[in-house]
Write a protein that binds this ligand. Structure first.
Ligand code: FAD
Ligand code: SF4
Ligand code: SF4
Length: 464
């Protein structure tokens, strides 16, 4: 019988006081009983509206039915048939605007906790499965994949399953892209990402780290080495700045740099000597997931006062609601309708404060959101010994500037054929944030999947 509860089965969480002093995962996941209880809320709708909200078309009612019956491995197989990183998506997909936004249970009450169930199933599989998957039969053809974020990992996995010899080339010393260097441990434990990468290695994917394509090797050299097609999934890792006075002061970070020092260089561990300023008062400029992550990390590194400074109102913040809620619980202050105009330093060029103006919302701009306008004479100072800038990223120009024939638009995003994801150079495909600009994990994965299909079709037509 359907569970009539209007609310989602609650997910246990670390309490705010404990978690704001450590990097342990905040959401603890469902037990088997909780998962079955939540799965019982699904109405098994014939038209499956929830599936329309999922960019990779996970067979949602089918997997939930298996969870309700306690057949968790079967549920895993259903999810895995369309989603190669379920443990990641179950944790970080913006479900409230995707699958769960379309769930009919959300009309009167809360939608079914699709993301929570997906996470449960993936974690159950990771804990219990001993089966190592069959290795695909090699087809004798080689593809190079540049970058190792969700777009590249998905593309590499799908091509490897088709028998291609796939080599991934990653600039950093660790594979995983933003999943490893950006999203913090307390939202997405690195072991979860590593387990997904290990599964790819089992499939035969070769992962080469410390390989900056465009510097160590060029795309042309990859072709010379015998790769017959190249996928570029290099993301959007170039941080934007505000262009205001004081951005060069000691104590001003881009969110990318701050999070990379914490995640990849393990600044949160006492036994690592990572250079990072342990500040008392931190101001984070921006209103997206990146800003929330940076603020919550600063808190965990010991900052007493952490503020989010955002030029619009809370209703316009692009961050996930859950992240805003968690940040507030952890004592992060929200200074809305506020815009920095100058960062002030002391005689040693260290940050001491941020001069801001108050804003009001005017007419909607091109994005449909109301444009913030400064209120004259409203300047005030916010004391801070570190400022973290999280106002957006664009793609790094390295690949397009070193690969003849590959074009980018004026925002620096690679130009591709929308159907095939082939760039303006034949045999070079691209997807994820490198093409769309900063977006989401699941959209990057969807692009990786589509590119793998196109690369297979291209090689069959031209060479195989
Ligand atoms: P990336 O994940 O950026 O990976 C690109 C990889 O390419 C990197 O490892 C980079 O080092 C490598 N690379 C770059 N240039 C080269 C080169 N020349 N040679 C070799 N390698 C290269 N999305 C969500 O859905 N939910 C969230 O909660 C969420 N939170 C986020 C939090 C943060 C802090 C950030 C920064 C992003 C967040 N996002 C979130 C966005 C999401 O992570 C990205 O949209 C997604 O990772 C893009 O995937 P990608 O594969 O295109 O690129
Ligand atoms: Fe929802 Fe993301 Fe899972 Fe799709 S992949 S069902 S959008 S949580
Ligand atoms: Fe279940 Fe909601 Fe999908 Fe209906 S819309 S099948 S209730 S998850």
């Amino acid at each position: 019988m359907t569970n009539p509860s209007l609310q989602k089965t609650p997910m246990p969480e670390l309490d705010p006081d404990t978690r704001s002093r450590c990097f342990e995962e905040v959401a603890l996941g469902y037990t088997e009983e909780m998962a079955k209880e939540e799965a019982g809320r699904c109405l098994q709708c014939k038209h499956k509206p929830c599936m329309n909200g999922c960019p990779v078309s996970v067979h949602i009612p089918a997997f939930i039915e298996k969870v309700a019956a306690g057949e968790f491995e079967e549920a895993y197989e259903i999810i895995k048939s369309t989603n190669s990183l379920p443990a990641v998506c179950g944790r970080v997909c913006p479900q409230e605007t995707q699958c769960e936004a379309k769930c009919v249970r959300g009309i009167k009450g809360e939608s079914v906790g699709i993301g929570r169930l997906e996470r449960f199933v993936a974690d159950y599989h990771m804990k219990h499965s001993t089966a190592s998957g069959e290795k695909p039969v090699p087809n004798g053809h080689k593809v190079a994949v540049v970058g190792s974020g969700p777009a590249s990992l998905t593309c590499a996995g799908d091509l490897a399953k088709l028998g291609y010899g796939v080599s991934v080339f990653e600039a950093f010393h660790t594979a995983g892209g933003v999943l490893m260097y950006g999203i913090p441990q307390f939202r997405l434990p690195k072991e979860v990402v590593q387990a997904e990468i290990d599964q790819l290695k089992e499939l035969g994917v070769e992962i080469n780290t410390n390989m900056v394509i465009g510097k160590v090797l060029s795309v042309d050299e990859l072709f010379d080495m015998g790769f017959e097609a190249v996928f570029v999934g290099t993301g959007a890792g170039l941080p934007s700045f505000m262009g205001i006075e004081g951005e060069g002061l000691v104590g001003v970070y881009s969110a990318n740099e701050f999070l990379t020092r914490i995640n990849l260089m393990k600044a949160y561990r006492g036994d690592y000597d990572t250079p990072i300023i342990h500040s008392r008062r931190v101001a984070v400029v921006g209103g997206g997931n990146v800003a929330m992550d940076a603020a919550r990390c600063a808190r965990r590194l010991g900052a007493e006062e952490v503020s989010i400074i955002y030029r619009r109102s809370e209703a316009e913040m692009p961050a996930r609601l859950e992240e805003i809620h968690h940040a507030k619980e952890e004592g992060i202050a929200f200074k809305m309708l506020t815009n920095p105009v100058r960062i002030n330093g002391d005689e040693q060029s260290r940050v001491v404060s941020l001069t801001c103006v108050k804003m009001e919302l005017g007419e909607p701009d091109a994005s449909g959101r109301r444009r913030p306008e400064p209120i004259e004479g409203s300047e005030f100072d916010v004391e801070a010994d570190a400022v973290i800038i999280a106002i957006g990223n664009t793609p790094n120009p390295l690949i397009r500037s070193t690969t003849p024939g590959v074009e980018a638009n004026r925002r620096g995003c690679l130009v591709v054929n929308e159907e095939t994801l082939e760039t303006t150079r034949p045999g070079v495909f691209a997807g994820g944030d490198a093409v769309t600009g900063a977006a989401t994990v699941i959209l990057a994965m969807g692009a990786g999947k589509k590119a793998a299909q196109s690369i297979d079709a291209y090689l069959r037509k031209n060479q195989i």
